[in-house]
Structures are given as C-alpha cells and as structure tokens.
Design a protein around this ligand. Structure first.
Ligand code: FE2
Length: 365
C-alpha cells in the first residue's frame, strides 16, 4: 500500500457557529453531559467572538458566537442557523497537510499559520469542504496551553470528563446536493487519501416517500469515517432535501458519538430532556428473530427506543436524537458497537418511517 500522504492522528474538535454560545454551552452541559473546559471571549481579550470548548471522553466541541453583525460567524448563523462550521483533525504537520491536499485540488481556506504564546506554538491550516464547512488541520505537539492561544482553562481544563459516557466520535455525516455525492467521494479519495468503506444503494435506503444515497469514506488509519448522503428521487420530499432546504446548502447532518454502555447513556440523556426518534413497538416484537442473541435485555431497549442491527462481524446498538435546533438540520446519533463496523442498514426502514412522521408534522413531506 502506498504511503499515507495525509496522516491524521484523529479528530481534534468540531466547531459549531451558533447564535448564542453561552446558552448552547448550557444545553450541551445539562443535556448531553459535556464539561466546559476552555473559554475565549471579551475576558480573554477576544473582541470578535466568544467560544466555549466542551469536552466529554475524547469528544471536543467548540461553540462559537460572534459579538457583532459583520463577523463571518454572524453571516454563517444567519444563513445556516446553528451548525457545524469546522471539522478539525489533529495532524503531525499542518503545513504538509495543507500542501498535500491543495496540490491535489483542495481549495485553501486558511494558509498554514503558527501562533505563539507562553504555552508554546500552535499550528493550523484549513481547506474548504462541502458547503461553507471547512476542514481544519491542527498540530498541537508543541503546544500545551488550554485548547488554543487566546483561551483560558475552565473547570480544571482539558482532560477526560466522563459525563453521560459519550466516548469518541464514531462517524460524522455530510449531506450534499442531488448529484454531488460522487464529487465529494472523489474529493475525500483524491485530495485526502481516504478510501470508500461501504456502499448502500438507493434501493437499500428508501421508503415509499423519502430516499437517499450514501457512501462512506474513511482515512488511512480508519479513525475518521465520513459518510456522505445525497437525496434520491422518491414519491415525496427526501429527508436529505429537507435538510438542504433549511440549512441553505450542504453541511454536517449528524455526529455519531460512541458509548461503552448505551443503556446507561441513553437513560441519562432522556432524564436530561434530550429528545430521540421513536420507532413503533412492533420493531421489538421481531427484533430477536432479526438480529439473534444480544447481551442487552430487549425490554430495556424497547423502553428507551434503542435500535439494533447485525452483520457478519457482529452487532451494533444505536439511537438518533431529534434535530437539536429549530431548523430540521443537525442531530446526534449514540452508538455502541459489538463487532459490527456498519452503520445500521437494517434499521433504515424503521427509522425513515419515523423521520417521515416528524417531517409530516413539520409540513415538509
Ligand atoms: Fe450514523
């Protein structure tokens, strides 16, 4: 196998641009169990934006809001609502990642930059991804401050905070326009050296009304998985098209967070008021017949609404939240894997019917 021209250590963080970062931080803390570990804003000398770094397990979210109307963050939230603006990966060399990807056709967003403060040197660069989303390359090997220059530590600073048991980002899905999926598959393959993992055709992932096409791209070490969806023709409006209409373009659809104990995690999330999609109870009547023996009690899964799927390698448990903002755009998935490396293809039908019920309630079907 040829050498990985764009080595990636793993996900570094995901940055949301939001209308009110202070309130969003409260939601991620009390709802999803994140700990606020670093802050940048007026108090740290940042006159433009306020940013809250929220951590749980290895997951790091950054919530950023602009302090005035003319800032690009304001433009982003005006257009897209609250959404993912930056997908940041930790790399050994941000300048090389930029050079290698732009050489292969990526459009630069931030040229290689080094910022020095009393904690060391923080290096980064970025390229454009689908819609207004950017992919940021972060090199923090010579930096040991709180998150990044300009940030102050909060609540003991960065480190592993258990929360409700969310451990890491399993995958992150992008929605792109009809006909654009293969262009983005090619982007990840050619400019970033990813390879295609699985392919679901439109027949697999469609109900009577709503349909999509999806391909999964993963990086060289398999740590980063980016499925890409595009809408497919159906009798009624595709759920992907609904996202595109309300996000005003392509963007991140959902972030899947892994947990080692989905029953405990989802019990706590529901107690905290996080809302999940529900499937009909009939789903559980035929569950064991469909997936065989699993370690978890089916009545408990039914009570919480957790879904199960099995393939040749094992099984997985998963559940999806409703959108986490008023626009029907970004949502979360909670996933626990027992050998399976799939994405829950066997659940798509039940799930899409549930999504369509929600879409119909919004008058968008
Ligand atoms: Fe997913």
């Amino acid at each position: 196998m040829s050498e990985d021209f764009l080595p990636i250590k793993g996900m570094d963080h995901v940055e949301f641009y939001v209308g009110n970062a202070k309130q969003a931080a409260h939601y991620y803390r009390t709802g999803f169990g994140f700990t606020h570990t670093a802050y940048s804003g007026l108090e740290t000398g940042n006159r433009q934006t306020a940013s809250y770094v929220m951590e749980q397990g290895k997951i790091r979210l950054v919530l950023t809001t602009a302090l005035g109307p003319d800032h690009p963050v304001s433009r982003h939230t005006y257009l897209h609502g609250d959404g993912v603006a930056v997908i940041a990966m930790e790399v050994p060399d941000a300048a090389s990642a930029y050079a290698e990807s732009t050489k292969r056709g990526a459009t630069g967003a931030i040229a290689p930059t080094a910022v020095e403060d009393e904690h060391g040197v923080f290096r980064y660069s970025a390229i454009r991804c689908y819609g207004d989303t950017i992919i940021k390359f972060v090199d923090r090997q010579d930096y040991n401050g709180p998150f990044a220059p300009g940030y102050m530590a909060k609540n003991g600073g960065t480190g592993r905070h258990k929360g409700v048991g969310l451990a890491s980002i399993d995958h992150m899905v992008g929605n792109v326009e009809l006909g654009a999926m293969n262009r983005w598959v090619e982007f990840f393959a050619h400019t970033m050296g990813f390879s295609q993992l699985l392919h679901f055709d439109d027949k697999d992932i469609s109900t009577e009304y709503s349909a999509l096409m999806s391909k999964v791209m993963q990086n060289g070490n398999g740590k980063i998985k980016f499925p890409i969806n595009e809408p497919a023709e159906g009798k009624k409006k595709s759920q992907i098209q609904e996202y595109l209409d309300y996000y005003y373009g392509p963007g991140v659809q959902h972030i899947a967070c892994s947990t080692g104990n989905i029953i405990e995690t989802v019990t706590q999330l529901q107690k905290n008021g996080i809302e999940f999609l529900r499937v009909p109870t009939t789903y559980y009547e035929v569950l064991e017949e469909r997936v065989g023996k699993i370690n978890e009690p089916v009545d408990k899964l039914a009570e919480l609404g957790i879904l199960v799927d099995r393939d040749e390698e094992g099984y997985l448990l998963q559940i999806f939240t409703k959108p986490v903002e008023d626009r029907p755009t970004v949502f979360y998935e909670i996933i626990e894997r027992h050998g399976s490396r799939g994405f829950g293809k066997g659940n798509f039908k039940a799930l899409f019917e549930s999504i369509e019920r929600e879409q119909a309630l919004r008058g968008n079907l």
